[in-house]
Design a protein around this ligand. Structure first.
Ligand SMILES: [Zn+2]
Length: 564
């Protein structure tokens, strides 16, 4: 367990910055701290300074019980803070997915570098090229130095970008506004739910339940009456308060925290069509808002089960149930990534993915009806499952597949064996025969359900590419943008995910082929993006520019966004 700042130095309870301790996997550490997957490198490119790292008692929590005000100015605490939060986020993903999660870079790719004082700039971002998370610092409104490496929501947000990039590298290609919005909304959702899973944060959140401005906060043991524990009150009082307290000083880095913006969106399907929500960050807020809605619905249901007449509750129970709800939802949405299409993700796809992956482990939706609440919350924001089945789950394969030409064991680990399987079943899987096809990953996993049941699965990701000229698009069922020259070369992308059960049989095939009905929209979006880029090339010429530029844009407010 290592001490970290619970949210950011702006969140104080009775004048003291909230800290908490997070569990990190035990491992051998070298000075940095540097572990086998996360390596803190404290080099400041602005001042050309290498900060000294701790050399002793690396595995001990030497900062436990120290006055938080002292921690804020201590670079060695900053090093521990980023190490602990990045490591615990990676561990959370690996636990949810039931396997190791490699980083998106391969050569030689085991360790993500984390730079807590990277530059004197109000920015923080993930860079695939630099294989790093970079956190800036800057002078705040009152002249003090503000460190982005002390904000758990910024650290977890950036770590999540790195993890989603590792699991679904194609989500950074220019495919649609919603895919870009997903990267942001998902990173925010993981950060917010991780923070809610810290009991200290929720204790702070409920400290003003039912209190008006200026009234004293609740004391720790004061029971909470039933009428304050309904979803609307939990959202309006507890989450609003937390959102307000998130340090404003860090707004130049992250813009208004997603929690602050999203918690204000009352459920409505109208946002999706509005012009301002055609911008990735704004659209990502809809995704977060739908999840927050599900969070308060489940939290309240756990507190006030219909079968019992409850009049008031012990606050510790309220906090524990909230933290458990956040942790469960977090596992649910992370696991869903495996069931999400490998390219061109829409919110509707993600909803079917989360419903399906949860149903695999918990067939009956359990006591608290997470799936029912999640679906209702997304639908209240106008997002219905992509799959047209009654329960919103992905459909099982409808055509017979042949298994007699592949070796069962190889399908669980060998990309060439998997490719052979795809080759033999190309027609049944509906793959385009002209497209170039390759297997990107084969990932065996062992998932553990809430009730301890074990599910063994293999997740296979394949990709397809097909090059065509503008005037050939029609032949592939794709609309050519009217101003695209006939000789223009277009690359059509497709791909899919195969989920295999423990016997090596395909249970789901979640695909989005090169001739998908969504291809016209993808080409139109990429074409617009290409034209914009030609007129005003962005100063970042590389992939990592996508994330760096994005976050700067976020701080400046709604500006047209560019991503490759
Ligand atoms: Zn981001």
């Amino acid at each position: 367990m290592l001490t970290v700042i619970a949210q950011d130095p702006g969140v104080k309870m009775r004048g003291v910055v909230l800290t908490t301790r997070v569990a990190v996997p035990a491992e051998r550490l070298t000075p940095g701290p540097s572990g086998h997957r996360v390596q803190v490198v404290d080099f400041d490119a602005t001042t050309n300074t290498l900060y000294r790292a701790r050399t002793d008692a690396l595995e001990d929590d030497v900062f436990e019980g120290i006055d938080p005000d002292e921690l804020i100015g201590n670079p060695q605490f900053h090093q521990q803070n980023v190490y602990a939060l990045v490591s615990s986020t990676l561990a959370r993903f690996e636990h949810a997915l039931g396997r190791r999660v490699p980083w998106a870079f391969r050569t030689p790719g085991h360790q993500l570098k984390v730079v807590p004082h990277a530059f004197a700039e109000a920015n923080a971002y993930y860079s695939r090229e630099a294989q790093a998370l970079l956190f800036g610092y800057f002078r705040g409104a009152h002249g003090q130095t503000v460190y982005s490496c002390l904000s758990s929501d910024i650290i977890i947000h950036e770590t999540t970008h790195a993890l989603v990039d590792a699991l679904r590298p194609r989500y950074v290609t220019n495919s649609s506004i919603e895919q870009a919005a997903f990267h942001e909304g998902f990173a925010d959702a993981v950060a917010i739910l991780s923070t809610f899973a810290m009991p200290q944060v929720l204790a702070f959140g409920i400290s003003r339940l039912g209190r008006k401005a200026g009234e004293r906060a609740r004391i720790g043991t004061e029971t909470i009456p039933r009428n304050l524990l309904v979803p609307e009150r939990l959202k309006r009082d507890a989450l609003f308060l937390l959102a307000e307290q998130f340090g404003h000083e860090l707004d130049p880095v992250r813009g208004a925290p997603a929690l602050r913006a999203s918690v204000q969106l009352d459920p409505s399907p109208k946002y999706l069509a509005r012009a301002e929500y055609k911008q990735p960050h704004k659209r990502g807020e809809i995704f977060v808002a739908a999840l927050l809605q599900a969070f308060v619905l489940v939290w309240s249901e756990r507190l006030l089960p219909k079968s019992e007449r409850i009049r008031e509750l012990d606050p510790r129970h309220v906090i524990d149930e909230g933290a458990d709800t956040a942790a469960y939802l977090l596992t649910m949405i992370i696991r869903a990534l495996d069931y999400a299409p490998s390219i061109d993700l829409q919110f509707a796809d993600f909803l079917s993915a989360v419903l399906t992956s949860d149903a695999r482990l918990h067939p009956d939706d359990g006591r608290y009806r997470y799936r029912e609440h999640l679906r209702a919350s997304f639908e209240a924001f106008g997002i219905a499952p992509q799959s047209p089945t009654v329960d919103g789950l992905w459909r099982r394969p409808r055509k017979e597949l042949r298994y007699d030409r592949t070796r069962h064991a190889g399908l669980r680990r060998d990309p060439d064996e998997v490719f052979r399987f795809i080759w033999e079943n190309s027609a049944a899987l509906g793959l385009d025969p002209e497209a170039y096809t390759w297997v990107q990953s084969v990932r065996p996993c062992v998932r553990i359900g809430d009730d301890g049941c074990v599910l063994e699965e293999t997740v296979i990701e394949y990709l397809q590419e097909l090059d065509a000229r503008g005037d050939e698009l029609k032949g592939y069922g794709v609309r050519k943008p009217t101003d695209m020259p006939p000789s223009f070369n277009v690359r059509l992308y497709g791909g899919g995910v195969l989920i295999l059960d423990e016997f090596g049989r395909v249970v789901y095939h979640i695909d989005n082929g090169v001739r998908s009905r969504r291809q016209s929209a993808r080409v139109a979006y990429a074409w617009q993006d290409y034209k914009r880029e030609k007129e005003a090339p962005s100063r970042e010429g590389r992939h990592d520019g996508a994330f760096a530029g994005l976050h700067e844009a976020r701080a400046r407010g709604p500006v047209p966004w560019r991503k490759r």
